[in-house]
Design a protein around this ligand. Sequence first.
Ligand code: IPE
Ligand code: IPE
Ligand code: MG
Length: 244
Amino acid sequence: MTQPRIPHHVAIVMDGNGRWATRRYLPRVAGHKKGMDTLRACLRHCGERGIKVLTVFAFSSENWSRPADEVSGLMELLAVALAREIPQLRGEGVRVQFVGDRAPLSEKVRAGLAQAEADTASNNRLVFNVCFNYGGRWDIAQAAAKLAERGEPITEKSLGAALALAHVPDPDLIIRTGGEERLSNFLLWQAAYAELFFSERLWPEFDAAALDEALAAYASRERRYGMTSEQVAAPATPADRKAA
Ligand code: IPE
Ligand code: IPE
Ligand code: MG
């Protein structure tokens, strides 16, 4: 039996923590805490499946609009995760990268992010991108601003290289949990040719079987990149291209 096609890069909008908590008469932050357990398990499962890059949406540039206690709860969770999880990830060959605007974060958290990245920089089993205070529009704007400042021409290639996720190839599969079918400002540029998978499950309930379901759906898709099905089945040889 041939191995199912595994995506190189999986990106996830981890949505539904609040609803998970509210349904249990718990504060929303309890849902985010539970979501952290799901993420830990999911990262491990991705490694076992041979996925090389996992990118997760942890806090959007729009999430600052939430109630103050929820925002501070999420900041607190980030600080706790930095202290607790990094040594383990380091030992497991995971390279951690934070993606997003760090300027509004506290100096202590910023130092923690930089330390976590430095501690795992030489790992190469799996790249784990955590999008925190991230927005797709922010990313495109900051990339354009960088090029303008350097006086470089703006092309698809130069802009792509100036984006915050330039260290990894574009996602092959984007999963969103929680039943909503939208991107909410996640990876706008990089989503161009990603396969999308929407799960009804709330993020705290997204277990290994649910991830496998998304991977199976991915393996069954045909990625055509603008070509015809026939072309995908029999890619043109250099000789064919010359003849055309
Ligand atoms: C996603 O879960 C996590 C963050 C946005 C930080 P939500 O908190 O959005 O959960 P719902 O959508 O309200 O259920
Ligand atoms: C997207 O979820 C952001 C994260 C998962 C971090 P939201 O819950 O913020 O998205 P909307 O507001 O429902 O679009
Ligand atoms: Mg939500």
